[in-house]
Ligand binder design. Structure first.
Ligand code: SAM
Length: 188
Protein backbone atom coordinates (compact mmCIF):
# COMPACT_ATOMS: atom_id res chain seq x y z
CA UNK A 1 0.00 0.00 0.00
CA UNK A 2 2.92 2.29 0.82
CA UNK A 3 4.19 1.83 -2.72
CA UNK A 4 0.88 3.09 -4.16
CA UNK A 5 0.90 6.07 -1.78
CA UNK A 6 4.47 6.93 -2.84
CA UNK A 7 3.59 6.62 -6.55
CA UNK A 8 0.59 8.92 -6.05
CA UNK A 9 2.78 11.49 -4.33
CA UNK A 10 5.52 11.30 -6.96
CA UNK A 11 3.15 11.69 -9.91
CA UNK A 12 0.73 14.05 -8.21
CA UNK A 13 -2.25 11.74 -8.36
CA UNK A 14 -5.01 12.71 -5.94
CA UNK A 15 -5.91 9.77 -3.72
CA UNK A 16 -8.03 9.73 -0.61
CA UNK A 17 -6.44 11.04 2.59
CA UNK A 18 -5.53 8.49 5.29
CA UNK A 19 -8.24 9.72 7.66
CA UNK A 20 -10.86 9.44 4.93
CA UNK A 21 -9.77 5.92 3.98
CA UNK A 22 -9.97 4.79 7.61
CA UNK A 23 -13.48 6.26 7.87
CA UNK A 24 -14.54 4.50 4.64
CA UNK A 25 -13.16 1.11 5.72
CA UNK A 26 -14.81 1.38 9.11
CA UNK A 27 -18.12 2.40 7.51
CA UNK A 28 -18.02 -0.58 5.12
CA UNK A 29 -17.36 -2.97 8.00
CA UNK A 30 -19.99 -1.56 10.37
CA UNK A 31 -22.71 -1.39 7.72
CA UNK A 32 -22.01 -4.80 6.23
CA UNK A 33 -21.48 -3.37 2.73
CA UNK A 34 -20.93 -6.10 0.13
CA UNK A 35 -21.16 -4.39 -3.26
CA UNK A 36 -19.56 -1.06 -4.13
CA UNK A 37 -19.59 1.22 -7.16
CA UNK A 38 -16.76 3.77 -7.22
CA UNK A 39 -16.69 6.73 -9.61
CA UNK A 40 -13.01 7.72 -9.97
CA UNK A 41 -10.54 4.85 -9.55
CA UNK A 42 -7.32 6.84 -10.14
CA UNK A 43 -4.66 4.14 -9.53
CA UNK A 44 -6.85 1.83 -7.46
CA UNK A 45 -5.86 2.94 -3.95
CA UNK A 46 -9.36 3.35 -2.46
CA UNK A 47 -10.78 0.40 -4.47
CA UNK A 48 -8.09 -1.90 -3.05
CA UNK A 49 -8.56 -0.57 0.48
CA UNK A 50 -12.32 -1.09 0.27
CA UNK A 51 -12.02 -4.61 -1.18
CA UNK A 52 -9.57 -5.62 1.56
CA UNK A 53 -12.14 -4.96 4.31
CA UNK A 54 -13.64 -8.42 3.71
CA UNK A 55 -13.14 -11.12 1.09
CA UNK A 56 -16.81 -11.21 0.07
CA UNK A 57 -16.84 -7.56 -1.09
CA UNK A 58 -17.14 -6.84 -4.80
CA UNK A 59 -16.07 -3.45 -6.20
CA UNK A 60 -16.86 -1.94 -9.60
CA UNK A 61 -14.80 1.17 -10.31
CA UNK A 62 -14.81 3.61 -13.24
CA UNK A 63 -11.81 5.66 -14.44
CA UNK A 64 -11.67 7.68 -17.65
CA UNK A 65 -7.91 8.29 -17.74
CA UNK A 66 -6.13 5.52 -19.67
CA UNK A 67 -2.76 5.75 -17.85
CA UNK A 68 -4.32 5.79 -14.39
CA UNK A 69 -6.54 2.87 -15.37
CA UNK A 70 -3.46 0.87 -16.52
CA UNK A 71 -1.69 1.61 -13.25
CA UNK A 72 -4.81 0.56 -11.31
CA UNK A 73 -4.89 -2.76 -13.22
CA UNK A 74 -1.27 -3.39 -12.21
CA UNK A 75 -1.91 -2.53 -8.56
CA UNK A 76 -5.03 -4.66 -8.35
CA UNK A 77 -3.16 -7.62 -9.84
CA UNK A 78 -0.38 -7.16 -7.29
CA UNK A 79 -2.96 -7.55 -4.53
CA UNK A 80 -4.56 -10.49 -6.39
CA UNK A 81 -7.90 -8.71 -6.32
CA UNK A 82 -8.75 -8.89 -10.03
CA UNK A 83 -11.57 -11.35 -9.30
CA UNK A 84 -13.22 -8.90 -6.88
CA UNK A 85 -12.46 -5.48 -8.39
CA UNK A 86 -13.93 -4.87 -11.83
CA UNK A 87 -12.43 -1.82 -13.57
CA UNK A 88 -14.13 0.12 -16.34
CA UNK A 89 -11.97 2.44 -18.44
CA UNK A 90 -14.46 5.03 -19.68
CA UNK A 91 -16.08 8.31 -18.82
CA UNK A 92 -18.66 7.50 -16.13
CA UNK A 93 -21.28 9.41 -18.13
CA UNK A 94 -20.95 6.82 -20.92
CA UNK A 95 -21.37 3.87 -18.59
CA UNK A 96 -24.74 2.15 -18.16
CA UNK A 97 -24.98 -0.38 -15.34
CA UNK A 98 -27.89 -2.63 -14.40
CA UNK A 99 -26.41 -3.86 -11.12
CA UNK A 100 -27.49 -2.52 -7.75
CA UNK A 101 -24.96 -1.63 -5.05
CA UNK A 102 -24.90 -1.22 -1.26
CA UNK A 103 -22.54 1.74 -1.58
CA UNK A 104 -21.81 4.26 -4.32
CA UNK A 105 -18.61 6.19 -3.67
CA UNK A 106 -18.35 9.41 -5.70
CA UNK A 107 -14.72 10.55 -5.97
CA UNK A 108 -14.34 11.94 -9.51
CA UNK A 109 -14.61 15.44 -11.07
CA UNK A 110 -15.71 17.58 -8.14
CA UNK A 111 -17.78 20.01 -10.22
CA UNK A 112 -20.01 17.19 -11.41
CA UNK A 113 -21.06 15.48 -8.20
CA UNK A 114 -24.78 16.30 -8.68
CA UNK A 115 -24.71 14.73 -12.15
CA UNK A 116 -22.90 11.59 -10.93
CA UNK A 117 -25.37 11.29 -8.07
CA UNK A 118 -28.36 11.57 -10.40
CA UNK A 119 -26.91 9.28 -13.03
CA UNK A 120 -26.21 6.40 -10.64
CA UNK A 121 -28.76 6.71 -7.82
CA UNK A 122 -31.01 4.14 -9.53
CA UNK A 123 -28.16 1.66 -9.06
CA UNK A 124 -28.42 1.94 -5.29
CA UNK A 125 -30.16 -0.65 -3.15
CA UNK A 126 -32.91 0.64 -0.82
CA UNK A 127 -31.71 1.92 2.57
CA UNK A 128 -28.14 1.97 1.28
CA UNK A 129 -25.57 4.72 0.90
CA UNK A 130 -23.91 7.27 -1.36
CA UNK A 131 -20.63 8.64 0.00
CA UNK A 132 -18.88 11.69 -1.48
CA UNK A 133 -15.34 12.90 -0.75
CA UNK A 134 -13.69 16.36 -0.88
CA UNK A 135 -16.63 18.49 0.26
CA UNK A 136 -14.18 20.90 1.92
CA UNK A 137 -11.93 20.93 -1.14
CA UNK A 138 -8.71 21.53 0.79
CA UNK A 139 -10.41 24.11 3.00
CA UNK A 140 -11.42 26.31 0.05
CA UNK A 141 -15.17 25.70 0.45
CA UNK A 142 -15.18 27.61 3.77
CA UNK A 143 -12.51 30.10 2.77
CA UNK A 144 -12.94 33.82 2.19
CA UNK A 145 -9.61 33.97 0.32
CA UNK A 146 -9.57 35.48 -3.15
CA UNK A 147 -9.46 32.68 -5.73
CA UNK A 148 -9.07 32.38 -9.49
CA UNK A 149 -12.27 32.40 -11.54
CA UNK A 150 -12.05 28.66 -12.25
CA UNK A 151 -11.53 27.82 -8.62
CA UNK A 152 -14.39 30.11 -7.55
CA UNK A 153 -16.69 28.29 -9.99
CA UNK A 154 -15.57 24.88 -8.73
CA UNK A 155 -16.13 25.89 -5.11
CA UNK A 156 -19.60 27.23 -6.03
CA UNK A 157 -20.45 23.85 -7.59
CA UNK A 158 -19.33 21.97 -4.48
CA UNK A 159 -21.51 24.32 -2.37
CA UNK A 160 -24.42 23.63 -4.74
CA UNK A 161 -23.87 19.91 -4.24
CA UNK A 162 -23.95 20.33 -0.45
CA UNK A 163 -27.26 22.25 -0.77
CA UNK A 164 -28.59 19.58 -3.16
CA UNK A 165 -27.84 16.89 -0.55
CA UNK A 166 -29.41 18.92 2.29
CA UNK A 167 -32.60 19.52 0.26
CA UNK A 168 -32.90 15.98 -1.10
CA UNK A 169 -35.89 14.44 0.67
CA UNK A 170 -35.17 10.94 -0.70
CA UNK A 171 -31.96 10.74 1.34
CA UNK A 172 -30.83 11.51 4.82
CA UNK A 173 -27.35 13.05 4.63
CA UNK A 174 -24.78 13.41 7.37
CA UNK A 175 -21.69 15.57 6.79
CA UNK A 176 -18.43 14.58 8.43
CA UNK A 177 -15.50 16.90 9.05
CA UNK A 178 -13.07 14.08 8.32
CA UNK A 179 -10.21 14.06 5.83
CA UNK A 180 -11.20 16.53 3.08
CA UNK A 181 -14.89 16.48 4.11
CA UNK A 182 -17.15 13.49 3.56
CA UNK A 183 -20.91 13.11 3.19
CA UNK A 184 -22.92 9.96 3.76
CA UNK A 185 -26.39 9.95 2.18
CA UNK A 186 -28.74 7.13 3.13
CA UNK A 187 -31.53 6.30 0.72
CA UNK A 188 -34.92 6.33 2.48
N1 SAM B 1 -10.78 7.21 -5.48
C1 SAM B 1 -9.37 7.36 -5.76
C2 SAM B 1 -8.57 7.02 -4.52
O1 SAM B 1 -8.83 7.59 -3.45
O2 SAM B 1 -7.67 6.18 -4.63
C3 SAM B 1 -9.03 8.77 -6.20
C4 SAM B 1 -9.80 9.28 -7.36
S1 SAM B 1 -9.25 10.84 -7.96
C5 SAM B 1 -9.64 11.95 -6.67
C6 SAM B 1 -10.46 11.22 -9.17
C7 SAM B 1 -10.38 10.42 -10.45
O3 SAM B 1 -11.61 10.53 -11.14
C8 SAM B 1 -9.30 10.90 -11.42
O4 SAM B 1 -8.37 9.88 -11.67
C9 SAM B 1 -10.08 11.28 -12.68
O5 SAM B 1 -9.41 10.93 -13.88
C10 SAM B 1 -11.37 10.48 -12.52
N2 SAM B 1 -12.53 11.07 -13.19
C11 SAM B 1 -12.92 12.36 -13.19
N3 SAM B 1 -14.06 12.52 -13.88
C12 SAM B 1 -14.40 11.29 -14.35
C13 SAM B 1 -15.46 10.79 -15.15
N4 SAM B 1 -16.40 11.62 -15.65
N5 SAM B 1 -15.50 9.48 -15.44
C14 SAM B 1 -14.53 8.63 -14.96
N6 SAM B 1 -13.49 9.04 -14.21
C15 SAM B 1 -13.43 10.36 -13.90
Amino acid sequence: MLEIEQYAKKYNIPIMQKEGIEFLKDFIKKNNIKSILEIGTAIGYSAINMALVSDDIIVTSIERDELRYQEAVKNINKFKLNNRIKLINDDAFNVELNDKFDLIFIDAAKAQSIKFFQKFENNLNKNKYIITDNLKFHGLVDSTEKMSRNLTQLVRKIKNYIEFLKDNKNYETIFYDIGDGISVSKKR
